[in-house]
Ligand binder design. Structure first.
Ligand SMILES: NC(=O)C1=CN([C@@H]2O[C@H](COP(=O)(O)OP(=O)(O)OC[C@H]3O[C@@H](n4cnc5c(N)ncnc54)[C@H](OP(=O)(O)O)[C@@H]3O)[C@@H](O)[C@H]2O)C=CC1
Ligand SMILES: O=CC(=O)O
Length: 358
């Protein structure tokens, strides 16, 4: 017997002081101490206060069987996340716009429903992993959307990467039904999703965070609770803005090393041993040098995140010239037809048109 029934349709004082000199930051984005323990060093504190590792104690696991869960969105991320829930013994119900993508999950024991509405009507807790703000809103609030099946006592956890306003809109629509809402975008790509090593950036209803925690622990290695809805979305956009700029800069470095006669493979090795080492450089550098971009994080989603992050920065008049320049490169890469390639294909935007054709 499955343990759980699931459906899947795709501050510290220093920080507060900083806010006092940045009056334009809306109150809701200012770090708020949520525990008296916040006088400890900030990094440690943020981790210990906002996140918890492996909260799935044996007693919690016993309770998993009493919760039925749904999953909406079987893309690159949603499929392995749902798969991990099934493998952990959960009873999962899945939905995806393109039905065929549900077949492997059904093969593993998932149930299938033909609309988000049916999923939320059947399940206590529904996760949604959709492409962008438009699809996340449509699946939650559109025709046969999640809000039409959900009701008081149930929960909706949106793990898609969206902007703050969209997340607040979805939250309001869900909560108007009496249900609870949690935003929980993830940091970590295809492989971390497959390995259950995602990082959840959650915000919203704390009781739902606690109810969802054992499932988040199955799909991820850590989770942060960041307060009110919008903070999770904002955190994810800041992280991905940094990542997108890092990748664009790395691409420039690879091409420059080649142009001056250096071996770019040696550059990747040098970078991997120094202070600017990042796993994505070692992981993606060798294939970028060969001009192949096996998709883990689609370039179109990285450009969407740059665009949304720039909007977030604009909303608080924060200057982000590096991200703005990087965003232009992702736009050029999209115009080259590289939307569905991995975001490392941004390097193509830096190659001369003639050499790209060669
Ligand atoms: N890939 C990655 O490394 C990571 C991605 N993310 C974020 O997670 C989210 C999902 O990413 P990923 O799985 O890679 O994306 P995919 O493009 O692989 O999947 C997108 C999903 O959204 C569905 N979808 C798209 N448009 C609509 C629509 N109009 N109505 C209903 N469903 C729709 C797709 O359905 P269909 O199959 O029918 O097209 C599919 O299930 C994005 O927000 C992304 O930014 C976050 C961390 C890492
Ligand atoms: O959103 C992408 C990621 O790798 O995280």
């Amino acid at each position: 017997m499955p343990l759980v029934s699931l459906s899947f349709a795709s501050s510290s004082s220093k920080a507060m002081a900083l806010c006092s000199i940045c009056p334009r930051i809306p109150l809701r984005f200012r770090p708020k101490p949520i525990s008296p323990f916040l006088s400890k060093p900030q990094i440690c504190l943020a981790y210990r206060v906002y996140s918890s590792l492996q909260s799935t104690t044996p007693s919690t696991r016993d309770e998993l069987g009493t919760v039925s869960i749904g999953f909406l969105g079987m893309g690159i991320m949603g499929s392995p996340m749902a798969q991990n829930l099934i493998k952990a013994g959960c009873d999962v119900t899945v939905w995806n716009r393109t039905k065929s993508k549900c077949d492997p999950l059904v093969g593993l024991g998932a149930k299938y429903k033909s609309s988000p509405e049916e999923v939320t009507a059947t399940c206590d807790l529904t996760f949604a992993m959709l492409a962008d703000p438009e699809s996340a809103i449509d699946v939650a609030c559109g025709k046969n959307g999640a809000i039409f099946g959900i009701s008081s006592g149930k929960g909706y956890v949106d793990v898609s990467t969206v902007d703050v306003a969209s997340s607040i809109l979805i939250s309001k629509q869900i909560k108007d039904t009496g249900a609870l809402f949690l935003e929980a975008p993830v940091s970590g790509s295809k492989k971390p999703a497959e390995d259950g090593q995602l990082i959840f950036l959650t915000a919203g209803d704390k009781p739902l965070y606690e109810k969802a925690a054992p499932f988040l622990d199955i799909m991820g290695k850590s989770k942060f609770y960041l307060g009110e809805v919008g903070n999770g979305a904002a955190m994810k956009l800041v992280v991905n803005m940094i990542m997108g700029s890092m990748m664009a800069s790395f691409a420039e470095g690879i091409l420059l090393s080649q142009k001056v006669g250096l071996d770019p493979n040696v550059l990747v090795e040098v970078v991997s041993q120094g202070a600017i080492n990042a796993p994505m450089y070692s992981l993606k550098g060798p294939s970028m040098i060969k001009s192949v971009y096996p998709t883990a994080f689609p370039l179109k989603h990285q450009q969407k995140d740059m665009r949304l992050a720039l909007g977030l920065a604009e909303s608080v008049s924060q200057s982000t010239p590096i991200a703005a320049a990087a965003n232009e490169l992702y736009k050029v890469a999209k115009s080259y037809g590289l939307s569905d390639e991995d975001f490392s294909a941004v390097i193509e935007a830096l190659k001369a048109a003639k050499s790209r054709e060669a």
